[in-house]
Write a protein that binds this ligand. Structure first.
Ligand SMILES: Nc1nc2c(ncn2[C@@H]2O[C@H](COP(=O)(O)OP(=O)(O)O)[C@@H](O)[C@H]2O)c(=O)[nH]1
Ligand SMILES: [Mg+2]
Length: 632
């Protein structure tokens, strides 16, 4: 059965509540009823099943002092029941409520000319003309205008029929999206504990679900769910819903908070939006303060106009709203702004970027970005979002900004990557980067590797970490890894373990370097185990110290030389010889050898003997046993 939320709208005393009672049998304002069901006096609720549709009726106060309560009720309505008393016609709150419905993006409705029993046919005809004139050009232009009387019951059947027709035309809310319930009441119910109610604007909620309360991010368990006044296994978008919560005192929950899917969303104090100013409003200056209403939340906002200093009545602009309090908002959410003082509704609009950054003069791409967000194509939006995130855009971030499901984001990401607009720098966790930014990172890496080779011709390559550090903090680890991978895959670079080098690059020694390298090796080879200090070797070479150090590294890498301790380097042949000597000794004299005997055997001092023996232990040629060594 389709669930549709109907909100009343109209001037005080025009018969909204009486009409709700006439339609449903429930008077939304009855105090006893309020007490029994815990309904606050400002908004009233009733239910009606008609023509296969389950209507949830939200009855709002008409008094101008309670427009902010009306706004909390109006958020999330699918259909407006515009109530105009036949004996009074259009009055100030008729206009204000209707403006609010327009700004909230309500697309369907029915007009009830109430108290028809109080006027004659001529008067009724006159009011109808006036109303039709007023609604011309609006979303209610073609809506049925039904004369009714709550007193005599006249017109009620036609009105129900008209509501049924309108209900069939609305698309309905999306129960397949993430759960979101802007809270309009919170109270304690005997035997149950904390209960919150609201219009379920998206997704669904079941008993035992884990949900999150915003702002604050408190994690809560759902004990039970009611919709339409009955316990249900699951409430879905489009239904008036009461949720019984475990783990929280009702005093810690209030109107304006949102109950939502766990771990997906973030509250915000900065949004970018399309802001429309009503023709009846005064012009709005850059940095003006306004009252901001979205969902059931209400706070104060400073309006920063993008690229203009003033917004004229009847016009719209892209604007940044800085909110005084944290609110949970998603792209596409509608909002209303009211003048700071005196408080009247002056405009509203739709959120484009719920997690906007502080406006900056040099951020010249923002307007184009917001226009893309407004355009609404998922592929375009994801591409634009990714291109603006110079550090990369993570999956959770995209979900929090859009409410899209991870699967949808992955699919769209793959399409964009295939078309070459973005790069998926990491699949798990998903991180996206604009292709241009990524190519820039690649270019920098190639350039740094190239420069490294030029500056260090004797080095086989740059250490991965040095290369990364060289790129600065604006390159995430995942981006770096993906760029190296791509460059290696395209055979631009060679990545061997921790070393990165130009593909196919070989160290090419200059003639004097080759000569020096030979001399160095010879010096160690000739010294056998009584090796010279490295400084002495260097002093005799024909190249300067820095290059000599590199040549030494090459010899160590080639394993011609072996570093036995930080200070001691031996030629590999000398060590091989030593191992042979030990093997011969073992055959002749047995497996045990003391340090003094080892010194005699090899003809070296204690200074060399100890590090050498420790080296042999490490190599598993010998094993220490007390003061002696066992030859293995
Ligand atoms: N004669 C007549 N009086 C009505 C009708 N509907 C409402 N009223 C009266 O108008 C007054 C205001 O009605 P109410 O529903 O509270 O108006 P609301 O402020 O728009 O909710 C009450 O005294 C009602 O009894 C109607 O159809 N005919
Ligand atoms: Mg009322």
């Amino acid at each position: 059965m389709k669930s549709v939320i109907v909100g009343t709208a109209g001037h005080i005393d025009h018969g909204k509540s009486a009409l709700v009672e006439a339609l449903t049998g429930t008077h939304p304002d009855r105090l006893a009823e309020e007490k029994r069901r815990g309904i606050t006096i400002d908004l009233g609720f009733a239910f009606l099943e008609e023509n296969g549709v389950r209507f949830g009726l939200v009855d709002v106060p008409g008094h101008e002092r309670f427009v902010s309560n009306m706004l909390a009720g109006a958020a999330g309505i699918d259909l407006v029941l515009l109530v105009i008393a036949a004996d009074e016609s259009i009055k100030p709150q008729t206009r204000e409520h209707f403006d609010i419905c327009r700004l909230l993006g309500v697309t369907r409705g029915v007009v009830a000319l109430t108290k028809s029993d109080l006027v004659d046919a001529d008067m009724l005809g006159l009011v109808r003309l006036e109303v039709e004139e007023y609604l011309r050009g609006s979303f209610l232009e073609r809506a049925p205008v039904v004369p009714v009387s709550a007193k005599t019951g006249a017109g009620l059947r036609e009105l129900k029929k008209a509501l049924g027709v309108a209900a069939a035309e609305i698309p309905g809310k999306d129960a397949a999206r993430y759960f979101r319930l802007p809270i309009d009441r919170a109270f304690a119910m005997k035997g149950f504990g904390t209960v919150v109610t609201g219009t379920l604007i998206s997704g669904g909620v079941s008993a035992e679900d884990e949900v999150e309360l915003f702002p604050g991010g408190t994690r809560l368990r759902v004990r039970g769910v009611q919709s339409g006044g009955k316990s249900v296994a699951r409430a879905i978008a489009g239904q008036r819903t009461a949720v019984n919560l475990a783990g929280i005192d009702h005093g810690d929950v209030k109107r304006g908070m949102t109950l939502a899917a766990l771990g997906r969303f973030r509250t915000t104090r900065r949004v970018d939006a399309r802001l429309m100013l009503l023709p009846s409003a005064r012009k709005l200056k850059h940095r003006a303060r306004v009252h901001f209403h979205a969902g059931t939340a209400e706070t104060i906002a400073e309006v920063l106009l993008h690229g203009q200093n003033v917004l004229l009545p009847g016009q719209s602009a892209l604007a940044h709203l800085r909110l005084q309090e944290e609110v949970l908002l998603l792209r596409g959410d509608r909002f209303i702004v009211r003048q700071f003082s005196p408080v009247v509704t002056i405009g509203g609009g739709a959120i484009l970027d719920p997690l906007a950054r502080r406006p900056m003069v040099r951020d010249t791409g923002r307007v184009a970005f917001l226009e893309t967000l407004e355009g609404g194509k998922r592929e375009e939006i994801l591409a634009a979002m990714t291109e603006r995130a110079l550090l990369g855009l993570a999956l959770e971030e995209i979900v929090a900004r859009t409410g899209w499901f991870p699967q949808e984001i992955r699919e769209t990401g793959l399409k964009l990557a295939a078309s070459g607009r973005i790069k998926i720098v990491s699949g798990e966790p998903l991180i996206l980067l604009g292709r241009k930014t990524f190519d820039e990172v690649r270019r920098k890496i190639s350039e740094r590797v190239e420069r490294f080779h030029k500056e260090n011709p004797l080095s086989p390559g740059i250490a991965r970490e040095d290369l990364r550090a060289n790129l600065g903090r604006r390159v995430k680890a995942e981006t770096f890894r993906a760029a190296l991978e791509e460059l290696a895959g395209e055979k631009n670079l060679d990545v061997q373990g921790e070393l990165v080098k130009r593909a196919g690059s070989q160290i090419e020694l200059l003639p004097e370097e080759a000569l020096a390298k030979g001399e160095m090796e010879k010096a160690f080879s000739n010294a056998c185990l009584t090796v010279p200090s490295f400084r002495d070797v260097l002093a005799k070479l024909s190249v300067e110290a820095k290059r000599a150090e590199k040549l030494l590294q090459i010899l160590l890498r080639e394993k011609s030389l072996v570093r036995v301790s930080p200070e001691l380097i031996f030629h590999a042949n000398a060590l091989a010889l030593l191992k042979q000597q030990l093997a011969t000794y073992k055959k002749a004299k047995g497996e045990r050898i003391s340090v003094p005997v080892f010194k005699d055997l090899t003809g070296i001092t204690r200074k060399y003997a100890i590090p050498l023996l420790e080296y042999l232990d490490r190599e598993r040629v010998t094993r220490r046993a007390g003061d002696e060594r066992v030859i293995l």
